[in-house]
Ligand binder design. Structure first.
Ligand SMILES: [Zn+2]
Length: 264
């Protein structure tokens, strides 16, 4: 099949929002500044786990990007009219599982992450390779990553392993919406990007395929930072995007807003 004429669908998944509860006992000294303010808990695999505290200096790591454009845009999670976002005062840890990565794709993921940093003002921190299979069923907190939300994981799969990649779907991306450690602020955490190794391998053999493959990864990373799909085909966040190779004005606005969330 000629991929140049084939529709590649890139899909965003909003991951189930984790609920807040109250942890009654077991305050540690880090909690003293929040005395009288119960720490939220998450239920993960049937166990109540205290929401990790942000290791934040209270200041942004990089300047916010001016939201100076306008156009069609959407956010995956909104609460009281505000999008749910990553905390811009901590680095967004990410890991890569290169298992199954197509030949010629080396560098694509790093370039796409660097691009998202530029347009959001968020800082990503590459922690290395992982053997974790990228999946939306991943636990939000895992022993392998310690007592914190799991880093963003980017991995390669196929439609046998990941049913949502069936047909022309070339990638999936999203994050979980979780409560902060205290109060009722919500943040994104534990993002996932799953790339279809077969679709992208085919695409990389096409003229211009490298650029289009990078656009797919950028689209999925935009879902990770909270962007949803739009109807305007000139935006990279169009549902069945293959027309746009670069961010449209609505994309750029939404990426700037996605990076301008509150510190925890
Ligand atoms: Zn999508």
């Amino acid at each position: 099949m000629n991929l140049a004429s084939r529709l590649l669908v890139i899909t965003g998944l909003g991951v189930a929002a984790a609920g807040a509860g109250v942890w009654a006992t077991g305050a540690t000294w880090e909690d003293i500044s929040h005395l009288g303010q119960p720490r939220n808990v998450l239920e993960i695999e049937g166990q109540e786990i205290r929401v990790p505290q942000a290791q934040s200096s209270g200041a942004r790591l990089a300047p916010a990007v001016a939201a100076s454009t306008s156009g069609d845009h959407a956010f995956l999670f909104e609460e009281d009219g505000e999008p749910t976002r990553y905390d811009p005062c901590v680095a967004l840890a990410w890991v890569h599982n290169p298992e199954g990565m197509p030949a010629g794709a080396q560098g694509l993921v790093e370039r796409a992450v660097a691009d998202i940093e530029v347009y959001t003002g968020l800082v990503f921190d590459f922690e290395g390779e992982t053997s974790e299979l990228a999946s939306f069923d991943r636990p939000l907190i895992q022993d392998r990553y310690g007592e914190r939300f799991a880093p963003i994981v980017i991995g390669w799969s196929d439609e046998q392993e990941t049913a949502d990649l069936a047909g022309s779907t070339a990638g999936l991306g999203g994050s979980s919406s979780v409560t902060g450690a205290y109060g009722d602020q919500r943040f994104l955490a534990a993002g996932v990007v799953i790339l279809d190794r077969e679709d992208l391998a085919d695409l990389l053999e096409e003229p211009g395929g490298l650029e289009r493959a990078e656009s797919i990864i950028r689209h999925e990373l935009a879902h990770v930072v909270g962007l949803g799909h739009v109807d305007d085909p000139t935006e990279l966040m169009h549902t069945e995007n293959m027309a746009a190779a670069s961010w449209g004005p609505g994309d750029r606005y939404a990426l700037a807003v996605a990076g301008a969330g509150p510190c925890q």
